[in-house]
Each structure stands twice: as C-alpha cells, then as structure tokens.
Ligand binder design. Structure first.
Ligand SMILES: Cc1cc2nc3c(=O)[nH]c(=O)nc-3n(C[C@H](O)[C@H](O)[C@H](O)COP(=O)(O)O)c2cc1C
Length: 181
C-alpha cells in the first residue's frame, strides 16, 4: 500500500502535522511517504493520497491549489483525504466552531468537482503574535484572541488511525464532491 502524505506549508506547522501523520501511518502500513506538494511529479504510483495545506486568507495555499489542478485526473481515481491547518482555536471562543465550519465548507467547495474526498478535516496550527501588525494584535487580544501552538495531536492521531483503518479494509463507495468527516 503506497500512501502519499503531501503538504503545503508556509511556516512549518502543516509540514510537521503531515510528517506526524505519515510517521503514525507507517507504523501500520508499508510504503508511506511524506513530501511537499511542490516535489510531487505524479501521484500515479500511490494507492491513496492525503493532502494538507495551511490556510491563508480563507484559501488553500497556491501550491496546494496547483497540486489539485495538476493531478486532478489521477487524484480522482484513488482515495484522497484532505486537511487544512488554520487558526480556529486562536479565535475568540464564540467564533471558533462556526468560523471553522464555514471555512471548511468554503475550502472544500473550491476543490475539483470530480474529486471525491474520503474525508476532510480542519486542524488548528500555530499562530504567533508576529504574524499580525501591532494594531491588529492589540485588537485581537482585546477581543479574546490567543497566540500559541494549538495543534491537537490527539485529534490528529485519531483521524490518522481512521484513515489507516480504512486503507486496511476494502474500499467503500464515495460519490463525487462528497466530503466526509
Ligand atoms: C498571512 C496569513 C493569513 C492567514 N489566514 C488564515 C485564515 O484565513 N484562516 C485561518 O484559519 N488561519 C489563517 N492563518 C493562520 C495559519 O493558517 C496558521 O498559522 C497555520 O498554522 C499556518 O501553517 P504553516 O505553519 O504550515 O504555514 C493565516 C496566517 C497567515 C500568516
């Protein structure tokens, strides 16, 4: 079972999540590789693909967009899972859940139409004070925003184990454009 975990990361936290997912999968599956989306020439040699991207301005990073566009036809032939890494848990509490759900829907909505995701998760990443101007930083803090490393490794491990378990059992049918948990 050849599995590709591909990532697009600006500051490194998505790359670390991708590597963690690949390492954990490799404990139960052979042939797991973790690579930057930029370094993937073809996905045809993989049985399954997991793609992760940081979120910038409510969007996939351009490198992830290009990855989906470049490999659309091959991705459509194999099981694909996707994850995005954002700042939901850094937001003031009332905005966290709803904001994350809206953003997840938006991010899934721009994927190629014939790509049937087997799953799509949002994870919080690392959000640092120096990623904002000082005026915005003050406003963000005053309204209950937080800075820090919000990666939930327990949730990431649980999702990884779900994927590994699905890959270890016969494929279940998916419909184009559907996004599972
Ligand atoms: C310029 C910029 C824009 C961002 N825009 C969003 C956004 O729209 N939504 C979100 O949830 N997080 C946003 N973030 C937070 C990042 O996605 C988060 O810090 C993530 O952990 C970065 O991943 P990386 O370390 O792999 O680059 C933004 C961060 C930066 C620097």
């Amino acid at each position: 079972m050849a599995v590709l975990v591909a990532y697009a990361s600006a500051m490194g936290s998505t790359q670390e999540i991708a590597q963690h997912i690949a390492d954990r999968m490799a404990a139960s599956l052979e042939g797991v590789e973790c690579r930057s989306v930029d370094g993937v020439e073809s996905v045809s040699g993989y049985d399954a693909v997991v793609v992760g991207s940081a979120i910038h301005n409510q969007s996939w990073l351009p490198a992830a967009d290009q990855f989906f566009a470049r490999h659309a036809s091959e991705l459509a032939k194999r099981p694909v899972w996707a994850f995005n890494v954002g700042m939901a848990d850094a937001l003031p509490k009332p905005f966290r859940k709803k904001g994350a759900a809206l953003q997840q829907a938006r991010l899934a909505g721009v994927l190629p139409q014939d790509l049937a995701l087997r799953g799509h998760r949002m994870f919080s990443g690392v959000y640092k004070a120096d990623q904002m101007s000082s005026a915005l930083r003050t406003l963000f803090r005053l309204t209950g925003g937080r800075f820090g490393d919000f990666r939930d490794w327990t949730a990431i491990d649980a999702w990884t184990d779900e994927i590994a378990a699905q890959l270890a059992t016969p494929a279940s049918p998916t419909s184009p454009g559907s996004a599972a948990a």
